[in-house]
Design a protein around this ligand. Structure first.
Ligand SMILES: CC(C)(COP(=O)(O)OP(=O)(O)OC[C@H]1O[C@@H](n2cnc3c(N)ncnc32)[C@H](O)[C@@H]1OP(=O)(O)O)[C@@H](O)C(=O)NCCC(=O)NCCS
Length: 212
């Protein structure tokens, strides 16, 4: 299945989801890539990553853009030439982009038990969910927390931000599909409005900075 879903967040913010069922060749024939992107594609080790990269270009084309409208800054953050904000994520079978008038960060993660093993790397304060450690609910919540931290990083990609020490996700319930988060870094505190939903076995998170 190609184009999978559009989520209209507000008047000027939409999320576009691509479910990758095409072969490498199908995608390669459908996207036009500039030389620098071709070189990146060739350098990728896994076909899954290559397909995710090309599916992002399919989503750009779906919105009237091409790879030629996209560029990356020195931190790896993507930008569109016309000034519309973009954030990108891909994970196995899905690629997502968000287009907005705001600086939105997006992240898609496959829900896996593995997240419990690596949680100590990115979470601490959030272990308020301790009583649920053996439940599926715990994996779902940890995946949200992980996604929030990746997405905050995409909004404010400042050198030195630690997921564990500087980004804090406030307690939430999965059914709420929203929460808030705090980035406390270099003596500056920034609040984020966080939204999330589950798509098949994946968790999708998007967020932006709250206006002060
Ligand atoms: C950059 C980072 C946020 C990407 O997240 P990810 O979950 O690995 O991968 P995703 O597929 O969700 O996102 C990749 C996309 O993020 C975007 N991206 C990369 N660097 C970025 C940056 N500095 N700012 C904003 N967006 C960025 C790119 O568009 C990239 O896709 P593309 O190169 O194919 O266009 C992540 O790898 C990272 O470096 N995190 C910070 C390091 C860290 O503290 N990790 C701790 C893990 S416990």
């Amino acid at each position: 299945m190609p184009f999978y879903q559009q989520i209209n967040v507000d008047d000027a913010t939409s999320i576009y989801v691509w479910k990758i069922s095409e072969t490498f060749d199908d995608l390669f024939q459908s996207v036009s890539l500039k030389d620098v992107s071709l070189a990146r594609l060739e350098g990728m080790k896994s076909e899954s990553h290559q397909k995710g990269f090309m599916a992002v270009r399919m989503l750009l084309q779906h919105n009237g853009y091409t790879d030629f409208d996209l560029y990356y800054d020195e931190f790896g953050k993507p930008h569109l030439k016309d000034g519309v904000n973009i954030s990108i994520s891909h994970s196995f079978d899905f690629s997502v982009i968000v287009l907005s008038d705001k600086n939105v960060g997006i992240d898609l993660e496959l829900r896996r038990d593995l997240v419990k093993k690596i949680a100590y790397k990115f979470a601490e304060e959030e272990f308020v969910y301790e009583s649920q450690h053996n439940s599926e609910e715990f994996v779902r919540k940890l995946t949200v927390i992980w996604g929030v931290k990746e997405a905050v990083f995409k909004v404010r990609n400042e050198v030195g931000i630690s997921f564990k020490d500087h980004i804090f996700v406030r307690p939430f319930e999965i059914k709420d599909e929203k929460t808030t988060a705090l980035l406390d870094f270099n003596a500056v505190k920034r609040e984020f409005l966080v939204y999330f939903t589950e798509i098949e076995k994946y968790t999708l998170v998007w967020l932006w900075e709250k206006e002060s």
